[in-house]
Design a protein around this ligand. Sequence first.
Ligand code: ADP
Length: 320
Amino acid sequence: SSSPLIVSFGEMLIDFVPDVAGVSLAESTGFLKAPGGAPANVACAITRLGGSSAFIGKVGDDEFGRMLVDILKQNGVNSEGVCFDKEARTALAFVTLKTNGEREFMFYRNPSADMLLKESELNMGLIKNAKIFHYGSISLISEPCRSAHMAAMKAAKNAGILLSYDPNVRLPLWPSPEAARDGIKSIWNYADFVKVSDDEVAFLTNGDPQKEDVVLSLWSNNLKLLLVTDGEKGCRYFTKNLKGKVEGFSVKAVDTTGAGDAFVGAFLVAMAKDPNIFNDEGKLKEALVFANACGAICTTQKGAIPALPTTAQAMELVKS
Ligand code: ADP
């Protein structure tokens, strides 16, 4: 397609989503095997909306890894940047669902293949062809992937590509909360655009995420736009000159997994088309209404990738 390429970088994994909400993992009787991993979700959200994306990451040379690459292909995502680890297995996430669709995770990462991505395995050609590089990995924690991730980001930055960042904080994966805060800051300082949730603002600042000065304490010099999502309530936006709130949509949520990724994917499609979106409040708000609709629709079905909306579905909700 002729739309600008968005490269999404990080994990692709299997989410095991329980049949029944409101019970513990131990009480779960059955699971839906759903493709996921935030950056893979973002890549698929983009193509579902008619944009152009590539995914870069690593999976195991196993049934799950091959299934995930097939899913990228079926979704029209460029998978040339995916590599296979010969030994380690594809990462797995075990999800518990609350009755409001909110969820908690447990991971199989022992280490998983994604954690063993090496700098020498990066497809730099893909990165340099991108208009936007989106980083959303939960794996910045250990080597060798930590160095590979930093190298990919620096290559994108040196090539003058817009850098998008969603920290996707999964606290139990980090050695300590301080390590998580430091790791996240080391990426944040490069980013042109950051999306965080309310809960992440609370974690990163130890403050009340509803307060503007608390959010703005996270501002960094390179930043052009900071979006703070707040579930069904929608999102808030902050640029150097603008700030405001865009209401969410009321839907019956069954599984919120992937809502943030649907939201980010939708916003990146708008950002790729119009780099001036950061300065034009009308266009910014229009893109955020649409992104909120995409996030809302994603909560109405189990799993992340299977629940991502098309442009027509999102427009229908916007107009309702
Ligand atoms: P994350 O999935 O990253 O935790 P949020 O839960 O804040 O992020 O969701 C991202 C966006 O998805 C929200 O800003 C909103 O637009 C939409 N969304 C999420 N949960 C719901 C919900 N229960 N009802 C309607 N929209 C939702």
